[in-house]
Design a protein around this ligand. Structure first.
Ligand code: NAD
Length: 349
């Protein structure tokens, strides 16, 4: 048995990654499409064997409630549209997988969790890194103190954003600049690796003056996160430099490990180094690449079949929104911001 998914939004991520990943799924299959462009939807439906009767648009979307083939809805729209479509999907009686970032704010995220609870439907946020084998190995090494206790993490997620007219640079649709789009990976992976929540953040932002891309949203953010175990994480995200996505975890027992690249769709590489006496032993553990979107969609499908809570529920997205709001506040005020309201989620696995 496979869970039938409806995919909402046929943009770059859906066409380039999500639709092809269904081919590697064991428990998920595409059964419906929701798009504002009927021609594109017809083409994609034909390519993936989806019945054209199961094509909807943003207006008649609510009619999915009458289609029992659709059990889960995957929201792959600009961030500012997530709340509306997650809520409408839950009200139509469907489980919802929502792309990251969950929303534009913690208030929206709270309303989305409440809407799915009220409808009795599951909500998962698509944090693909938490399902990816290299990153899961790094999480295991961190939690099991394989190289000793990780006390410092250094993480970079930078890329050059192109077209100044794209929705990612419009605050109402994106919620912010490089922070919610790519800095979110630094935040979420820091928390995932350590299995704990930061108590304090310190941050600053920068945008190149007169760069037309950064009129509404920030270009770069440098931010530190401080954790109860004593671990500290130093992070940078930027929309203004050449692509690089990596992290390194430094342990107290003469070792470090990390991934470079860490957040790409494929080709992730692990590196590790450990001092043995005076000799530094470098390793490059080889782990086989898996299609991250297939792992993530299968996980949610299995949660639906077995009635389990996903590893990355709505609450996981909400935590990151609270942390991002604290990061912006610290950048604005020039002061550290405490996060007393955050309690560690018991969903970290
Ligand atoms: P995209 O711009 O390529 O696609 C967006 C889709 O939404 C398009 O089909 C567009 O037609 C539709 N749309 C409907 N109303 C729109 C409006 N008012 N403005 C703009 N587009 C509108 O974007 P994308 O890269 O596919 O991103 C979609 C979502 O997926 C975002 O939330 C993004 O953060 C997330 N994403 C996640 C990953 C990941 O690795 N998990 C990677 C890329 C994007």
């Amino acid at each position: 048995k496979r869970i039938g998914y409806a995919i909402v939004g046929l943009g770059e991520l859906t066409i380039g990654q999500i639709m092809p990943a269904f081919g590697a799924c064991k428990y998920a299959k595409p059964v419906a499409l929701i798009s504002g462009h009927p021609d594109k939807a017809q083409k994609v439906a034909a390519q993936y064997g989806i019945n054209p009767k199961n094509i909807y648009d943003y207006q008649n979307f609510d009619q999915i409630k009458n289609n029992p083939k659709i059990e889960a809805v995957y929201i792959v729209l600009p961030n500012g549209m997530h709340e509306e479509f997650v809520t409408r999907a839950a009200q139509a009686g469907k489980h919802v997988l929502c792309e990251k970032p969950m929303a534009n704010s913690s208030k929206e995220a709270e309303r989305m969790i409440a809407a799915c609870k009220k409808a009795g439907k599951k909500l998962m946020i698509a944090y693909r890194i938490q399902y990816e084998p290299h990153n899961r190995m790094a999480m295991k090494w961190t939690r099991e103190k394989h190289f000793g206790k990780v006390k410092v993490i250094s993480s970079t997620n930078v890329q050059n954003i192109g077209d100044p007219s794209q929705w990612r640079l419009k605050k109402a649709l994106s919620g912010g600049g490089s922070l919610p789009d790519i800095g979110l990976y630094n935040i979420n992976t820091n928390r995932f690796l350590l299995g704990e929540e930061p108590h304090t953040v310190v941050a600053s932002t920068y945008s190149t003056p007169n760069d037309p891309r950064f009129k509404e949203v920030e270009e770069a953010v440098m931010f530190q996160m401080f954790f109860p175990s004593g671990a500290i994480a130093n992070n940078v995200c930027s929309y203004g430099v050449h692509n690089s996505k990596n992290y390194r975890c430094f342990a107290d027992n003469g070792g470090w490990f990390g991934l470079d690249p860490a957040f790409d769709y494929e080709g992730l590489k692990m590196e590790a180094s450990q001092a043995q006496g005076k000799i530094e032993m470098k390793q490059n553990p080889i782990i086989s690449d898996k299609k991250q979107f297939a792992l993530e969609m299968d996980h949610f499908a299995q949660c639906i079949m077995e009635n389990n809570e996903p590893y990355t529920p709505g609450e996981e997205g909400l935590q990151d929104h609270k942390i991002m709001e604290a990061i912006y506040e610290s950048a604005r005020t020039g002061k550290p911001v405490k996060l007393e309201m955050i309690t560690t989620l018991d969903t970290f696995r």
